[in-house]
Design a protein around this ligand. Structure first.
Ligand SMILES: *Cc1c(COP(=O)(O)O)cnc(C)c1O
Length: 435
């Protein structure tokens, strides 16, 4: 099972040993019966792995976790209720009150809200930096920083991050680089091969792929040396009283779970489950895990079609009189084209932005005049989607933040689906004609 398309169908799943069921069974249960009292005690003390209660783990969710860990090339994964939940849990392991996250300025609007507002209540500081400027990133690093965070391909700005350069700065300062790989998916981009230590992503988007289930995942790259910085990462690298003095980085830093019993480090994934998911509670429903796993099987087929359609629509828009600019990393005219060739060799994704000549009101009119495209706040559906970020997803940001995040007043974002490109173009053409 070496090739991606095969792993997208098979990784993490096998016929059910009890019933022979070929599809992944949905274990729609809240809890699991212990074999005996000793078994129960060992599960609670993390001396044996097994299911206790679906808030902490569930076999259907585990199958999905194993598939995504495989596709991303990580050591272990944690499936959670949403992409935002994955981000919250990842930072919950790393941050304490008074510590800081350095985040890219070019981020999904919801992430700017989460980091910039919600995290403040936990006492976690966040500094937003233009990570296309590596000097600015270097200048922002200080001893309170606990993580560097960016998307691989930014939503909606289409900035392709130079992940190797960003990872080098994070590692020089002894902190992990966390990458949100939602827009690219592991089919288009493999952040662990470019220096990422942890991947978070929304499964709601292209991986589930059908716009029907919310979910998220956190993937452990298994390479970050937590024990080198116990003062920075006490949850990972110091004894935890509530688990009988267990140190996660020691207890789960070298388990014989790899091919031929090779040792792998799954300490971050275990800590995120046993500490953050257990205590904060954003569990993924087994039914959603089943839906997302089913969607994941066609990820390579869908992404190929998403990308070829997006390129065709972007090229067509570039030549349209009512359009002032198009920002899609797959276009040779795009400033991110070169980085996209390096980091996204299989295609530049399906989400991009363009500018309408009339500005804010024309953008609003365009999203009202489409018929085939759906006007909604999502990406990564089989269907083509459109939104005017300045009046919706990014409306809570200041004008300067909007422009910095790639959501200026004239900007329209599309997520190109897997329909026939000619029909998508015809619909945009009639809508632009009326707007
Ligand atoms: C949607 C999205 C998220 C959040 O995911 P949810 O599943 O909606 O919580 C995070 N990052 C990016 C890039 C997204 O597009």
């Amino acid at each position: 099972m070496t090739h991606f398309s095969t792993r997208a169908v098979h990784a993490g799943a096998a016929p059910d040993p009890v019933t022979g069921s070929r599809a992944q069974p949905i274990h729609q249960t809240s809890s699991f019966v212990f074999k005996d009292a000793d078994h129960a005690a060992k599960l609670f003390a993390l001396q044996e792995f097994g299911d206790i209660y679906t808030r902490i783990g569930n076999p259907t969710v585990s199958a999905l976790e194993n598939r995504i860990a495989d596709l991303e090339g990580g050591t272990a994964a944690l499936g959670v209720a949403s992409g935002h939940a994955a981000q919250m849990l990842a930072f919950h392991i790393l941050c304490e009150p008074g510590t800081k996250i350095i985040a890219a300025k070019h981020l999904y609007g919801g992430s700017i809200n989460q980091l910039g507002h919600a995290f403040k209540k936990f006492g976690w500081e966040v500094e937003f930096v233009d990570m296309q400027d590596i000097d600015a990133l270097n200048a922002a690093m200080d001893p309170t920083v606990r993580a560097v965070f960016s998307e691989s391909l930014a939503n909606p700005s289409g900035v392709v991050m130079d992940m190797e350069a960003i990872a080098a700065v994070a590692h020089k300062h002894g902190v992990p680089y966390i990458v949100d790989n939602t827009m690219a998916t592991p089919y288009l981009c493999r952040p662990f091969e470019h220096g990422a230590d942890i991947i978070v992503e929304s499964l709601t988007k292209f991986i589930g792929g059908h716009g029907n289930s919310i979910g998220g995942v956190l993937v452990d790259g298994g390479k970050f040396d937590w024990k080198a910085h116990p003062e920075k990462f006490p949850t990972m690298a110091t004894p935890q009283e509530y688990y009988n003095g267990l140190t996660f980085a020691e207890g789960f830093g070298a388990l014989p779970l790899g091919p031929d019993g090779a040792e792998v480090d799954i300490a971050f994934a275990i800590a995120a489950r046993a500490f953050s998911l257990r205590d904060l509670g954003p569990a993924l429903s087994p039914f959603n895990a089943f839906m997302i796993m089913t969607g994941c099987e066609t990820l390579p087929l869908r992404m190929d079609k998403h990308c070829s359609n997006a390129l065709e629509v972007a090229k067509w828009l570039e030549g349209h009189d009512a359009v002032s600019w198009v920002r899609y990393a797959g276009l040779e005219s795009d400033p991110h084209y070169k980085l996209a060739q390096k980091y996204l060799p299989n295609g530049s994704g399906a989400v991009f932005t363009f500018g309408v000549k009339g500005g804010f009101e024309t953008g609003k009119a365009l999203v009202s005049n489409v018929n085939l495209l759906s006007h909604l706040a999502n990406i990564g559906d089989t269907r083509s989607l459109i939104i005017h970020p300045a009046s919706t997803t990014h409306s809570q940001l200041s004008d300067a933040q909007k422009t910095a995040a790639g959501a200026a007043p004239d900007t329209v974002r599309v997520s190109i689906g897997i329909e026939d490109a000619r029909d998508i173009i015809a619909d945009l053409d009639q809508a632009l004609g009326q707007s």
